[in-house]
Design a protein around this ligand. Structure first.
Ligand code: GTP
Ligand code: MG
Length: 320
């Protein structure tokens, strides 16, 4: 189990009273797996329906961070607080993004109603970081009205992360309709709202039209994703985007889909946690003398694989 010089409960109390340094340390603890080690503070990780959880995704350079910064401004103007989680800014696709984002979102850095944090997608072991949902819950329990999660929509993993949000905003640029992109279909599937950013460039109207007909083809949905045209650099259309986010929120609440989403998310997280615990235990057991004997018994033909798996499962779950 990872050791930490800090006590999670103390940090949480300090974070609640607005201490950003403590909040930062808490997020780092979550990132390094300290919470998963089994010392989770209950109130920190309790799901909360109050925050508006928005995933923002799109191709590298589409303008996600610029738009996020504009959204922060709009959200603050409406009297609400916001936390931004920027995922995997160290990936080759977003090289140098931390510095860039600091400049783009920098004007909000000193605002006590705004918290911006970067997270790595992949943990040290190469797997998908389980930290994202935990950090989201932490931000929610701290009472941020909005949580914006920015991630590059380049791969399945990223799409999955952002698909966990309540409202998913897919950012594209003029000309997107003509481009052949491997994960275009994936982005079409997860979009609750489309944004054509860089609408100051030629082709925005055509892209909107193409997108509209693509959405009509996939038709018969209760919710038809609206298409917003924005200019991230000057804020044009961002108010409209925030209105659409709120409309979608209302739809989620009234249709009961939000409750279902939270249920599904909780189920996935619970299963992932148990899955990890079991795999860790099994890995530990298989290295013992008994585990070695079990494997040998299969190799020697004294035991069949299914029976051995049952034995292993029983050993692992006996005192979990
Ligand atoms: N012309 C134009 N440029 C824009 C607009 N929005 C953003 N940009 C520029 O596009 C570039 C990329 O913007 P970012 O906000 O960093 O894009 P991103 O999607 O966050 O990029 P990654 O995080 O690296 O994937 C920057 O140089 C922005 O200034 C826009 O509406 N019009
Ligand atoms: Mg960015």
């Amino acid at each position: 189990m990872a050791e930490s010089r800090y006590n999670a409960d103390e940090l949480y109390e300090k974070a609640k009273s607005g201490d950003r340094r403590s909040l930062g340390r808490l997020v780092t603890m979550i990132e390094s797996g300290y919470f998963k080690a089994g010392i989770a503070n209950k109130s920190i990780l309790t799901p909360d329906l109050k925050s508006i959880l928005v995933g923002i995704t799109g191709a590298p350079g589409a303008g996600k961070s610029t738009l996020t910064s504009q959204l922060i401004g709009q959200i603050r103007n409406s009297g609400n607080t916001v936390s931004v989680i920027a995922i995997d800014p160290s990936s080759p696709f977003t090289g140098g993004a931390i510095l860039g984002d600091r400049i783009r979102m920098g004007e909000h850095a000193m605002d006590p109603g705004v918290y911006i944090r970067s997270l790595a997608t992949r943990g040290q072991l190469g797997g998908l970081s389980a930290a994202v949902p935990e950090v989201v819950k932490l931000m929610s329990s701290l009472g941020f009205n909005y949580i914006l999660v920015e991630t590059v929509g380049v791969g399945q993993v990223e799409v999955e992360i952002v698909g966990q949000a309540d409202t998913t905003v897919v950012v594209v640029n003029p000309g997107w309709g003509d481009s052949v992109q491997a994960n275009k279909a994936g982005l079409m599937e997860i979009a609750d709202i489309f944004v054509i950013n860089k609408a100051d460039r030629p082709g925005a109207k055509e892209t909107a039209r193409d997108l509209k007909s693509m959405l009509e083809l996939s038709g018969n949905m209760d919710w038809t994703p609206p298409i917003c045209e924005t200019v991230g650099t000057d804020g044009t259309g961002v108010r409209d985007l925030l209105e659409n986010i709120l409309n979608h929120r209302q739809y989620l609440v009234e249709s009961g889909i939000l409750t279902k989403k939270v249920f599904q998310r909780t189920k996935n997280e619970l299963l992932a946690m148990v899955n990890e615990a079991i795999v860790n235990k099994a890995n530990g057991y298989i290295e013992t003398a008994e585990g070695t004997d079990l494997i040998k018994s299969i190799v020697d033909g004294r035991e069949d694989m299914t029976a051995a798996a049952k034995t292993l499962f029983a050993m692992v779950t006996k005192n979990i």
